[in-house]
Design a protein around this ligand. Structure first.
Ligand code: ADP
Ligand code: MG
Length: 420
């Protein structure tokens, strides 16, 4: 079967209930159905899962989907099962399964029922599984969150490095890599480490035209500055990111004292409190959540109106991800970062305790954050350039949506060079 024989619009409607593809989905799906190695770079929320789920569902054989998080895999499997009359259509293969469950999975795959098999990279190293997978028809291997393969990404996982060898053992199957990390360095790493430099690359734009970017110099008055900002956005939902748990607690308290409904969120709180605070934010019982980076994975609140960084993030990827939680509905999203050289030093100190290779990467990433904070050019242009995308802020969508373009000013400057 090839892409010409399948009516993918009909399949889209049938399985997912959507009448249109989003962005590059259609081209990606055709590429996969043509058995090409395919590399997909789309921002979070861009609809990457469907890019491999649909071709898996309409083809012969089983697609292997490598994903780093067990919780994420379970969600996807449940979602796929709800689209089909047979629960065997999607399975997870991991160490938590009983012997009986494993033989059911194998049975369904052998019978051609299973279209999607989700595996963690470490499970794929099990020889027993590899031997089994060699004996059944496979449609393709998809590597989700492919940036995990790169030390330059924000979530390096050494297990991802073995994938290349395992895929080789599976025979001549197309490989699909997917990621939301758009830096050229990470992309290069992915293509090299997955042995797919011949892949056709589909990269969506990372421009978020409705987000307004602003950097303010961090001063002693930061707390009153934040309070003033929030009061100007009265009743709107927002997230404030802080580096430390202590700071999270302190800021949440200051806001509360000043009549702003806010809750803290960080990994030091027990699971119940964290869940409660997250729900309060989602249900709009509170306006503001003050959080460490522990908050946000999978948060899909469409009307977050501002994201404030009390402390600068450790990389521009993190910044893009965190600010990306604002304005998901296309409405206003104000991204405000406070910048001081002291914070840069603090992050450098963190890094100096790490292994040398990690330190070097960490410093280089931080350097880019500093450059972003200090630039006097269009912030959107700067961010998109970092992601390998040329943007003309005279003509591009959202070109005037940042402080530098709106009010050109003397640039914010750090007090000394970043130590390398
Ligand atoms: P990503 O993995 O790129 O972050 P997801 O695959 O999780 O994104 O998809 C994000 C959201 O977009 C999901 O809620 C999904 O149902 C939705 N979506 C995907 N494709 C379409 C489409 N063609 N039309 C409408 N919604 C879509
Ligand atoms: Mg995804």
């Amino acid at each position: 079967m090839n892409s010409n024989e399948i009516d993918i619009h009909r399949e889209l409607k049938k399985y997912f209930g959507f009448s249109q593809f989003k962005g590059l989905q259609e081209r990606v799906i055709k590429s996969i159905l043509n058995k090409e190695n395919t590399f997909v770079i789309m921002p979070t929320g861009g609809g990457k899962s469907l890019c491999y789920q649909l071709p898996a569902l309409v083809q012969e054989g089983t697609a292997i989907v490598v994903s780093p998080l067990i919780a994420l895999m379970k969600n996807q499997v449940d979602a796929i099962r709800s689209l089909s009359s047979d629960n065997g259509v999607a399975h997870v293969l991991n160490s938590s399964l009983t012997k009986t469950e494993i033989s059911q999975v194998k049975k369904d795959i052998s019978a051609g029922i299973t279209k999607l098999l989700y595996v963690a990279p470490e499970s794929l190293t099990k020889e027993e599984y590899v031997t089994f997978l060699q004996s059944v028809p496979l449609s393709f291997v998809a590597i989700d969150e492919a940036h995990c393969i790169s030390e330059w990404g924000h979530d390096f996982r050494p297990e991802y490095r073995n994938l290349k060898h395992i895929i080789k053992q599976l025979g001549d199957v197309p490989v699909i890599g997917l990621t939301a990390t758009a830096t050229p360095k990470v992309q290069e790493d992915i293509l090299k480490n997955l042995d797919m430099v011949d892949a056709t690359t589909y990269k969506a734009s990372f421009n978020r035209p409705n987000l307004y970017y602003e950097v303010r110099t961090k001063t002693k008055n930061i707390e009153s500055d934040i309070i003033r900002f929030i009061k100007l956005h009265k009743g709107k939902s927002g997230i404030i990111y802080c580096l430390s748990r202590k700071k999270v607690e302190a800021i949440a308290e200051v806001l509360q004292v000043n009549g702003i409904s806010a809750v803290p969120y960080h990994a030091g709180l027990d699971a119940k409190t964290r869940a409660k605070h997250q729900d309060m934010f989602l249900m709009e019982d509170v306006d503001v959540v003050v959080a460490t980076i522990a908050f946000g994975m999978g948060i899909d609140k469409p009307d977050v109106r501002f994201v404030i960084h009390h402390d600068i993030p450790k990389s521009l990827e993190s910044y893009y991800q965190e600010t990306g939680r604002a304005g998901r509905d296309g409405g206003e999203g104000h991204c405000l970062a406070y910048y001081s050289y002291k914070d840069v030093e603090k992050l450098e100190k963190f890094l100096s305790g790490k292994p040398v290779a990690e330190q070097e990467i960490g410093f280089a990433l931080l350097q880019e954050v500093v450059a972003y904070a200090e630039t006097s050019m269009s912030r959107r242009k700067f961010l998109l350039h970092y992601f390998g995308e040329e943007f003309d802020n005279e003509t591009g969508e959202g070109g005037d949506m940042d402080d530098n373009v709106r009010n050109p000013k003397v640039k914010v400057e750090a007090k000394k060079e970043v130590v390398k």
